[in-house]
Each structure stands twice: as C-alpha cells, then as structure tokens.
Design a protein around this ligand. Sequence first.
Ligand code: 5GP
Length: 185
Amino acid sequence: MRNVLMVVSGPSGVGKGTLVKKLCSIRSDVVESVSCTTREPRDGEKHGREYYFISKDEFFARIASDDFLEYDEHFGSYYGTPKSFVKEQLESKSVILEIDVIGGLNARKAFPDSVLVMIAPPSKEILQARLSGRNTESKKEIEDRLSRLEFELEKGAEYDYTVVNDDLSVALQELGNILDNEKNK
Ligand code: 5GP
C-alpha cells in the first residue's frame, strides 16, 4: 500500500469541497491539504479550515522561499499549496489537494505519481443553479466561474479519472474506490 497524493479538481459549485470533506471525515487514512489564498474569506469560512487567508505580501514572500508546491492566480486572487504540509502528511497518510486544473497538472509535474480526479457536474444548467443557490458569490463572480467551466472540463481530459457529481453518496463512493485502487497499485 502506498500513500497517494490525490488532486481533486472541478468547476466552482460542482460540490468538490463537500465530497473531499466527507471523504476525509469518514476515513482516517486521508487528509485534505489547506491552501493559502489572498482572497477575502466568504461568510462562514474560517482561517485554517477552508484556506489560510494571507496578504499578497506574505504570499509573495512565500513564493520567494519556495514554499508552494504549485500556485496560481484566479479571479484576481492568488492560491497556493503549501509544500511542507503535503510532504509531511504523505509520510503517514494520503493527501487530497482540492485545486484547479492547471494547479493539478503542475502538481503532477512536482509529484509524478499523483492521481488526478475531475469532478464534473451533470450539466451546465445544474451547476448554474447550484452556484446561484449558494448565495456566496456576486452575479459577476458566478459568471466568471461559469465561463471557466468549459476550460476546466476540457483540461480534465488529461486527468486520470472523472467522477460525475449527480448523487453525492454515489460520487463519494466512487472517489473512495479510486483512492483504494490507487493505494493498492
Ligand atoms: P474559490 O475562490 O471558489 O474557493 O476557488 C477558486 C479556484 O481556486 C477554484 O478553482 C479552486 O479549485 C482553486 N484553488 C483553491 N486552492 C488552490 C491552490 O492551492 N492552488 C491552485 N492552483 N488553485 C487553487
């Protein structure tokens, strides 16, 4: 059995956060990496749980000290995966990165054995309804996120697996099976 670095990507609103959190809550052999971001926290988000919310100055200082496994800019804010956390955790557990497709492909360059999983919505309309329903982004932010959908799914062709998140419990089961298969390789 090996510990796996699993990247989970997918468009905003597809439910990847919920899936990853559920998987990590029911299994003790996998942990989620918490990224750093320079964006403002949304209602209900907590420093150290969803993200480490840091200033641009701190973010750039951490780039300079090679602290990120990968980082990228989205919608005017920066997001990065802390390298030390991932490396430490991988000694005893599998680690999930919930990041965008470019970040995922970059993570594979840094860790060639990583496993890339794309979470896809059943349809664009369903994704739009989910994004509007969660009431955490402005109309403009929703449009920005939707316009990235095609790009994310296209890039997903380079991923190892695709899981369609129609029924949450089915998608959760699939994600867990992928992890088990990969751990046993
Ligand atoms: P949101 O602001 O909706 O939480 O995230 C915006 C985008 O940033 C999403 O596509 C999310 O997957 C991506 N993201 C979150 N953390 C990271 C990270 O550490 N690295 C990269 N490259 N993207 C990230």
